[in-house]
Design a protein around this ligand. Structure first.
Ligand code: IPM
Ligand code: MN
Length: 353
């Protein structure tokens, strides 16, 4: 009997469902070729559901998600829902409750992709950001004093636990070793200003580094890090950073690999659950038009295959994505690809067969 992987699917909002369909199409093709099975179970979560009956992410669904081998997410975000509700109550809640403490975001420029950087090619842009995913400014600690008055005070605290910082840094060292390219791990922080949080990150980084003598370490302040990612992206191999800085620098990363059309990420608890998503968002203005690029979702599916141990299938799917980009697409941007969403999915499937 062949192996069967139990995948939870959360298509979500906007163009999420359209790109998820293409991701599943690619997964089905590659699993058939490699002789394993994926069983998909869909969950109705997101803005539409919230507007219909007021539910966000109930405990019952969280429990079911926890029990699956991996979660494949389209996008969460709806123009008719006040900003912050879906983000905090669905996306961040999933990350926090399932303790998906790593947000793994590869930045890889594939041959044939146009980018805003001059004189940089695929040999220059190939690194991975390991973003802490459950703490920092995202922890939701803080509050208002005298809200709505002229004396009001807003406090937003950055929570950094030794445990949370150390497990993220250890993951990054292990990942850097396993990736085995330059074996160079860069800590991105702001230790010239953030005298508590960056100090903890820095000390922890130095300490953990002694267990990895084969990995070279480097340090960048977050502002300089953004600059180097644009000026000399070839400097980087793996970057480890906190939640907020990771959010910011991975948008820079996305654009230097060709934009949100292709960028994907994994939210991972190495011992437990994991959720994979395109990082482009719900793109409401393209909903239902067959214009959005599904390659971000297909790349997320590719990362999911690696995570569930289907290395061969992951390799084949990556090859198919690369061929589609190099041979067929005019651009990675929605509406400018030269093909529709479903056709791009078909092209990828064509290279798998
Ligand atoms: C991301 C997104 C989220 C984040 C938002 C939607 C809460 O920007 O995944 O990078 O800030 O983490
Ligand atoms: Mn972001």
């Amino acid at each position: 009997m062949s192996v069967k992987h139990h995948i939870a699917v959360v298509p979500g909002d906007g163009t999420g469902p359209e790109v998820v369909v293409e991701g599943i199409k690619a997964l089905k093709a590659v699993s058939k070729k490699c002789g394993f099975e994926c069983e998909f179970k869909e969950f109705d979560v997101g803005g539409e559901k919230y507007l219909k009956d007021g539910t966000l992410l109930p405990d019952s669904i969280l429990d079911e998600l926890r029990g699956r081998d991996a979660i494949f997410l389209g996008a969460i975000g709806h123009p008719d829902v006040k900003p912050g509700i879906l983000e905090r109550e669905v996306l961040l809640r999933m990350r926090f409750e399932l303790d998906l403490y790593i947000n793994l975001r590869p930045v890889e420029l594939l041959p044939g992709v146009d980018i805003p950087l001059k004189n940089k090619g695929p040999e220059d842009i190939n690194f991975v950001v390991v973003r802490e995913n459950t703490e920092g400014l995202y922890a939701g600690s803080g509050g208002f004093l005298k809200k709505g008055t002229p004396e009001e005070v807003a406090v937003q605290e950055s929570i950094n636990t030794r445990k949370g910082v150390e497990r993220c840094i250890r993951y990054a060292f292990d990942y850097c070793r396993k990736r085995n390219r330059k074996r160079l791990l860069t800590l991105c922080a702001k230790k010239n200003v953030l005298m508590y949080e960056s100090d903890l990150w820095d000390r922890c980084f130095e300490e953990v580094a002694t267990d990895y003598p084969d990995v070279t370490t480097d340090y960048q302040h977050v502002d300089a890090c953004c600059m180097w990612m644009v000026k000399n992206p070839e400097k980087f191999d793996v970057i480890v950073t906190n939640n907020m800085f990771g959010d910011i620098i991975t948008d820079v990363g996305a654009i230097i690999q060709g934009g949100l059309g292709i960028a994907a990420g994994g939210n991972i608890n190495p011992g437990g659950a994991a959720m994979f998503e395109p990082i482009g968002g719900s793109a409401p203005k393209y909903t239902g038009l067959n214009k959005i690029n599904p390659l971000g979702a297909i790349s997320a599916a590719q990362m999911m295959l690696e995570y569930i141990g289907e290395e061969e299938a992951a390799g084949i799917l990556l090859g198919a994505i690369k061929k589609t980009v190099a041979n067929d697409l005019q651009s990675l941007e929605a509406g400018k690809m030269g093909y529709g969403t479903t056709e791009v999915g078909d092209l990828v499937v064509g290279y798998i067969k």
